[in-house]
Design a protein. Structure first.
Length: 51
C-alpha cells in the first residue's frame, strides 16, 4: 500500500490472477474507499510467474 496526496495505491500479490475479486473490488469497494479517503484509489495486482 502506498499513499500520497493524489492517490492511495493498493497492490495485491497472489499465486494466481484473481480476476473476479479484482472486478468486484473495482465495482464495489473502490468508490467507497475513494469517498472515505478523499482521494483516488488505484488497485494493482500481480501473480507469481508460472513454472
Amino acid at each position: 500500500t502506498k499513499w500520497d496526496d493524489d492517490a492511495l495505491r493498493i497492490t495485491l500479490v497472489a499465486d494466481e490472477h484473481p480476476a473476479v475479486e479484482i472486478w468486484e473490488t473495482r465495482r464495489n469497494a473502490l468508490p467507497l474507499m475513494e469517498s472515505a479517503f478523499g482521494r483516488r484509489v488505484v488497485l494493482d495486482s500481480m501473480a507469481a510467474p508460472l513454472d
